[in-house]
Each structure stands twice: as C-alpha cells, then as structure tokens.
Design a protein around this ligand. Structure first.
Ligand SMILES: Cc1cc2nc3c(=O)[nH]c(=O)nc-3n(C[C@H](O)[C@H](O)[C@H](O)COP(=O)(O)O)c2cc1C
Length: 287
C-alpha cells in the first residue's frame, strides 16, 4: 500500500450503500489483523469481531455520534487484553486496518463508545478482552449533500457539536512547534532542515481522523526528534484520546517507513517546556 497517497486521500465515510459487503471482507480484515497489520505493541493480544448492519441499531444505542451513520455498514470491533498502552495500540492498529480497507475501495469510519461492557452486552460478545476500537465499514455512498440533511434532522446534538464536523483540519504547520510547546520560531527552517521525512510525517499527521475532528495533540521538533504531546480537550474522553493518539502515530510511522525502515516510536520522553496544564509527553520519533 502507498500509505502517503491513501492517507492524503482518506476521509470518513458516514453513508453506505444498501448493499452490504460480503463475508470475504470480514475474512480479509481478520487475515490482515493476524498477519501484516502495523502494531505498536506486538505483545498486546488483540482479536477481531465482525458484525453486520443487523446490529446497527443495537450498536447505536451503545456507541457512536447519534444517528450519524446511514446505509448498511458492517462493524469491526477490535478487542484487546488490558495493558497500559492498549488504547493507543488499538487506535494504531484500527487506523492501519482502516487504511487497508480504504485502499481497497471501501468506506470506513471510527465509531466512538465509552463503555466496553455495554457494547459487548448488546452485541453478545463473550470474549474476556475489552472493546478497544470500533470501525464501521462498507460500500461507500458518494453523497456529501445528504450528510447535511442528516445533520439538520438530528435531534439532541448542539450546534457547537455539529460545527466540529465542518471545522477544517489543523494543517501540518499548525501542529508543529520547535524546541518547546508554543514556539513557532524557525518552524519552516526546521522542516526544511529535516527534509521530506519530517514534512511528509507532519502532513500525514494533520490528515488524521480524530474524535469530533479535535486533533488534541501537537508535535515538538527537537534535537532530531519529533515529540508527540497530548493537549487537554474538554470534548475528548480518555478512550477517544488514546485512539486519536494511536491513529496519529500510525500515520507518522506509516509514511516514515520508506525513509527510514527502522524508525519507530518510543513511548514517553523528556519533559517539554511550555505544555499547557493537563498536557503530556506521549512518545518520540527519531527524525
Ligand atoms: C476516536 C474516534 C472516534 C470517532 N467517532 C466517530 C463517531 O462516533 N461517528 C462519526 O461519524 N465519526 C466519528 N469519528 C470520525 C471523526 O469525526 C472524523 O475523523 C473527523 O470529523 C474528521 O473527518 P475525516 O475523518 O473525514 O477527515 C471518530 C474518529 C475517531 C478518531
């Protein structure tokens, strides 16, 4: 897969054709999960559960922005054993699976949830592992206009929330600081200095899906390292925060691979000056 191209083109699909995908797509997801999927922590055991649109209503009661997904998607649930980084790892893996599906022409959308047990109960999942990520996927309907109709007819969602769907993404330069949080001095020069690896990484990061499109993170360029920090966001709970971080880490790692096959994220790292209260250093990447 040409990750740069797929990442550049990707967008969430919320309208699916009535014709559901065949069982072979679920099989392909399972096979990819077992063999080929990018993993941040290969030692964390995960498992895939696939269900069809017959479970859509049940799932909507327990997950997702209300009434946002139209048509007949299937759903992929990524289950994980508990681990300090199981949420970030799940976001990383689910985004890689999502890009694999998009590359094959399917539509995909993350579905938020806040209670793994509730999701397992409504779907009837008996595994001891926890639900860590949910993706809707299926044959995409190309009808952007309809999405507005959906939005306007939705009850119980505030205008401020709806606005998030149309908020432009943060650009690569919006996400980057030099040496300390908030410092934009020399950002262009630094990006020039590190060349395509850094620029492509930041571009891919800026095109990451995130809960409500909030992108509550930033990157500090410092001493040959790209340091990922999370920033507090009142809309984003801990599950979505970790998924967002895993997603953005997958984008960076995927586009950096051709430049430096052995580059990978190291969790944690030195303190970063100037972080807002509640901000946290998540991981660093050698550039
Ligand atoms: C953790 C996470 C949870 C999300 N939950 C939902 C959801 O429940 N329903 C939905 O329609 N979109 C959901 N999204 C998709 C985001 O709203 C979407 O990525 C963002 O609006 C940017 O749009 P784009 O993906 O088309 O670039 C989620 C994305 C992430 C990463």
């Amino acid at each position: 897969m040409n990750y740069s191209l797929v990442i550049e083109d990707r967008k969430s699909t919320r309208e699916y054709k009535k014709k559901a995908v065949g069982a072979d797509v679920g099989d392909a997801i399972r096979a990819y999960h077992d063999n080929g999927c990018m993993r941040l922590f290969p030692e964390i055991n995960t498992e895939i559960f696939i269900t069809g649109s017959e479970d859509k209503e049940k799932l909507e009661g327990a997950a997702g922005y209300k009434e946002f997904i139209a048509g007949s998607p299937s759903y992929m649930l990524l289950l994980t054993e508990p681990h300090e980084y199981s949420g970030i790892n799940a976001g990383y893996m689910a985004e890689d699976i999502s890009l694999m599906l998009i590359d094959k022409g399917y539509g995909v959308c993350f579905v938020t949830f806040s209670d793994s047990d509730a999701v397992k109960r409504v779907i009837g999942i008996e595994s001891e592992k926890e639900v860590a990520a949910i993706l809707a996927f299926g044959n995409p309907e190309r009808a952007r206009k309809k999405m507005h109709v959906n939005l306007l007819t939705m009850a119980g969602i505030s205008f401020r929330e709806k606005q998030q769907y149309f908020a432009p993404k943060k650009g690569a330069l919006d996400l980057a600081y030099v040496d300390r949080f908030g410092n934009k001095d020399d950002v262009d020069e630094q990006i020039d200095f590190y060349g395509d690896l850094l620029w492509e990484s930041l571009l891919a990061a800026s095109n990451s899906p995130s809960y409500m499109n909030r992108q509550p993170y930033a990157f500090i360029i410092k001493e040959h390292r790209l340091i990922l920090v999370s920033v507090p966001d009142k809309w984003t709970d801990d599950i979505d925060k970790d998924l967002n971080l895993g997603v953005v880490m997958q984008h960076v790692a995927a586009v950096a691979l051709p430049y430096n096959g052995s580059a990978k994220w190291t969790m944690g790292g030195q303190d970063v000056e100037g972080l807002p209260e509640g901000g946290k250093v998540i991981a660093e990447f050698e550039i």
